[in-house]
Ligand binder design. Structure first.
Ligand code: NAP
Length: 322
């Protein structure tokens, strides 16, 4: 049997591919920081048995039309909203993602963002760097407490639970909302299940960790922000489209809520002239939830293992079930 051909949509260090070169013929887009142009991708997939894709690539019907040999898409992310699952199912193409290996790292970032937003860390750092620090004063850059406050986690899955474990260390009261109750998680982290409306109306920190689906698109809209406390701090580390950004901007500008910490945006990369970027009560990050060197290595390794196990083993390790 000839070696399966794998197209990798971003330049990855060769050292990760080396152990697999005997079994696969790899082709790779040669830019580490620039996504593969659509036309190049469409051409490349026509010869590919597998793709190792980033979340910047749309894996859809149009792509499949060009991809006669494609059997597996190994997506370098736990979220797979860039992949049209129905189209994959119709064409018997397996999809895999990278759950678990990024959970703790993404929870670290979520909690760091929550702390940075509550305690105004970025503003405070800029304050010194711009030589604005003249005197100490009682309310200079005073923020909001995190300890002993109520956190409401929307999407108490793997990452949500890891965030809850961190919240427990801060003596926070933990509320959560999922479509279904998770009594195991309740026991482990001492969280209380509430309706979505109760959570958004009660929590001091509302943290979005739901996947992007038809159901969660613009879940956080004008009506939802209007039900939050005026002191509420909103944190989004899930996907940008879960939020109506215009509504969020209005809520922040008009003091409907206090602040927001955002790792993800409706259109990425967001630009500095975006209205949200003009607000001092927004802390923003360029989608770096799982971006530690160790975790990125594990994600790449899991993508390659999924491909290997699909072609040579007993099936992929972390298949997305439709
Ligand atoms: P997960 O284990 O599948 O957890 C998702 C949770 O969301 C589940 O508990 C699920 O519970 C809940 N959920 C799904 N649909 C819902 C809805 N309509 N309403 C309320 N709850 C809903 O996934 P995970 O590994 O924790 O990852 C979560 C998401 O984080 C990913 O999908 C990804 O988009 C995002 N993420 C972002 C970064 C980053 O860099 N910013 C990194 C990693 C992950 P039910 O099924 O019971 O509703």
């Amino acid at each position: 049997m000839s070696k399966p051909k794998i197209y990798i949509t971003r330049k990855l260090p060769e050292k990760y591919l080396k152990p697999y070169e005997y079994d696969f013929e790899f082709k790779m887009w040669q830019e580490a920081n620039i996504p593969v142009p659509r036309e190049t991708l469409l051409q490349a997939v026509s010869e590919a048995d597998g793709i190792l894709s980033m979340l910047s690539e749309k894996i859809d019907e149009q792509l499949i039309e060009q991809a006669n040999r494609l059997k597996i898409v190994s997506n370098l992310a736990v979220g797979y909203d860039n992949v049209d699952l129905l189209a994959m199912q119709k064409n018997n193409i397996v999809v895999t993602n990278t759950p678990d290996v990024l959970t703790e790292t993404t929870a670290d970032l979520t909690f760091a963002l929550l702390l940075a937003t509550a305690r105004r860390l970025i503003e405070a750092s800029e304050f010194i760097k711009k030589d604005k620090w003249e005197h100490w004063s009682p309310f200079l850059l005073a923020g909001a407490d995190v300890n002993h406050q109520t956190i409401g986690i929307v999407g108490m899955g793997r990452i949500g639970q890891a965030v809850a474990r961190r919240a427990k260390g801060f003596n926070m009261n933990i509320l959560y909302h999922n479509r279904s109750r998770d009594q195991q998680a309740e026991k482990e982290v001492g969280a209380t299940y509430t309706s979505f409306n109760e959570l958004i109306g009660t929590a001091d920190f509302i943290v979005s960790l739901v996947p992007l689906t038809q159901e969660t698109k613009h879940l956080f809209d004008e009506k939802v922000f209007s039900k939050m406390k005026s002191s509420a701090i909103f944190i989004n580390v899930s996907r940008g489209q879960v939020v109506d950004e215009t509504a969020l901007y209005e809520a922040l500008k008009n003091n409907v809520i206090q602040a927001a910490g955002l790792d993800v945006f409706q259109h990425e990369p967001i630009r500095s002239d975006h209205p949200l970027m003009q607000l001092s009560n927004v802390v923003c990050l360029p989608h770096i939830g799982s971006a530690s060197v160790q975790t990125r290595e594990k994600m790449i390794e899991l993508c390659l293992q999924n491909l290997h196990s699909y072609f040579y083993g007993s099936g992929p390790l972390t298949e997305v079930r439709f």
